[in-house]
Design a protein around this ligand. Structure first.
Ligand SMILES: NC(=O)c1ccc[n+]([C@@H]2O[C@H](COP(=O)([O-])OP(=O)(O)OC[C@H]3O[C@@H](n4cnc5c(N)ncnc54)[C@H](O)[C@@H]3O)[C@@H](O)[C@H]2O)c1
Ligand SMILES: O=P(O)(O)OC[C@H](O)CO
Length: 344
């Protein structure tokens, strides 16, 4: 497919922190659009792979990325001339990387693409950025964005959320191409929370898939997951309408139905009777949903939010309950209304 560089508009210097699947995919999109792209990663060997072979041998070995992407293990050099910074670091290491970057991030537009919640603090990544840095412009990017599909240039859309309308416009221009479309939203908390929460339900869907669930069950699960995650997010201050968009229902569908999703795969392995340790070891990559489940279940108890699917998954993963008994129990609960946030 012919790539059209970014409609002849301004070219930016973009720094990407994190050389896993998504950081690499974002580097490729940005470089395809003619921007100067610097990718920071920890491993010298992987830096060599990107700079010499244009391949991320560990995370995306089957794809060649744009040859202009320059990788480095030097975070300060990566950030020094950047106009825009995209962070794709798992949530448990996000704060430490922001601290390592330190002043080099000050004054810049910084976008989190991480879909998780910090253990212990219940902070979302945008909150960590505001806590750690004095003067930055913050955005979050989230949506149905399986990295392998993006590097294969499958037609994809995402959401940039920020209260800074100019930042949203710049990110839209920078990343937009004939295979990647960027929508904007001002509900930062909702977009970010949606990206984190859907990982829990992808694990549940993976378990269901391994157990041979049919289409009725799949639809029920996805729809009730959407109801549950929006109920929780609204309690925390998000806009329920965000959950009808790409960052909500869009990402939920992609992640709950694709075996490319690491969270779905962890669930699938659990559904085959493997332990969590075995499932995570087999994956060898980050599945954010396991930590998110712990955080969300604890918060739901604290805030008294009704989350039967989260409760059931917590019992299966951390309390050794039998899945089929739990499903029966859930089906026999009190009947509820279909849609909670009716306009009238
Ligand atoms: N892969 C996807 O399809 C995708 C899509 C959208 C969003 N995300 C989100 O992006 C985030 C990153 O995911 P990923 O898929 O790139 O993960 P990954 O497991 O493929 O890679 C994680 C990368 O972060 C690096 N890393 C971890 N801790 C680090 C530290 N302390 N310092 C420096 N580097 C560190 C690892 O070395 C690795 O390169 C996650 O929150 C994920 O939910 C992933
Ligand atoms: O592989 P997962 O489960 O982390 O999902 C990747 C992306 O978040 C899908 O949008």
């Amino acid at each position: 497919m012919m790539m059209t560089p970014n409609n002849g508009s301004k070219q930016y210097t973009i720094a990407i922190l994190g050389g896993g699947s998504f950081g690499t995919a974002l580097s490729d999109i940005s470089a395809q659009n003619g921007h100067q792209v610097k990718l920071w990663m920890r491993s010298e060997e992987q830096v060599k792979g990107i700079n010499q072979d244009h391949i991320n041998h560990r995370y995306l070995p089957d794809y060649t990325i744009h040859p202009s992407v320059q990788a480095s293990t030097d975070i300060q050099a990566t950030l020094s001339e950047a106009d825009l910074v995209l962070i794709a670091i798992p949530s448990q290491s996000f704060r430490s990387v922001v601290q390592l970057a330190g002043n080099a991030l000050e004054g810049k537009m910084v976008i989190s693409t991480t879909k998780g919640i910090e253990p212990e603090t219940f902070d979302l990544m945008s909150e960590i950025l505001f806590e750690e840095l004095a003067s930055i412009r913050v955005g979050v990017l989230s949506g149905p964005n399986l990295a392998k599909e993006i590097v294969a240039k499958a037609v994809t859309a995402t959401v940039i959320a920020s209260e800074d309308a100019e930042l949203c416009e710049i990110v839209q221009k920078v990343l937009h191409s004939d295979y990647f479309r960027v929508y904007s939203n001002h509900d930062v908390y909702g977009v970010e929370l949606a990206g984190a929460l859907k990982n829990i339900y992808a694990i549940v869907s993976g378990i269901g898939a391994a157990m041979g669930m049919g289409e009725n069950t799949k639809s029920m699960l996805i729809t009730r997951s959407l109801a549950e995650m929006s109920r929780f997010a609204v309690k925390l201050g998000a806009d329920p309408m965000t959950f009808l968009g790409l960052a909500g229902v869009g990402d939920l569908v992609a992640t709950c139905t694709s075996s490319l999703s690491r969270n779905f795969r962890v669930g699938y392995a659990l559904g085959q009777g493997k332990s969590l340790t075995e499932a995570e070891a087999e994956l060898g990559q980050v599945a954010e949903g396991v930590n998110t489940l712990r955080q969300v279940r604890q918060k739901a108890v604290e805030l008294d939010v009704y989350m039967p699917i989260v409760e059931a998954l917590h019992k299966v993963i951390f309390e050794d309950f039998d899945v089929s008994q739990l499903v029966k129990g859930m089906m026999l609960r009190e009947q509820k209304t279909d849609v909670e946030f009716m306009v009238r």
